[in-house]
Design a protein around this ligand. Sequence first.
Ligand code: MN
Length: 130
Amino acid sequence: MTASKLKILIVEDNMMNKILFREILSLKGYEIFEASSGTEAVRAAAQFKPDLILMDIQLPEMDGVNAMRLIKSDDKNIGLPVLALTASAMKGEEETILGKGFDGYIAKPIEVKGLLETVGRYAAAIKGHK
Ligand code: MN
């Protein structure tokens, strides 16, 4: 399996952000799946079996922290990295996010180069384990 075929689930309720993530990542050759709420994210994770999840924090129905924890509590998702998408760039925020159980952090507004570098690092690591 090549890194370009990596399946990424984008969980984002902001339409503009969702479109932007989808455009940037699908252009790079990743296979993209989408969800707009925490409950949709849990369903989509089970249905599409993504290799990587990018999860907004503030979501309708169920927030990103609870959705991430629910997804990670499933034995079938062991080792599945979930990165938080957060608008907050406050100092110390990253530690708080990681402390909640996320594997990493991508700051919004979206910065194309940084996004591709971060996703690329996970893609390479995941590819190495397949
Ligand atoms: Mn949101």
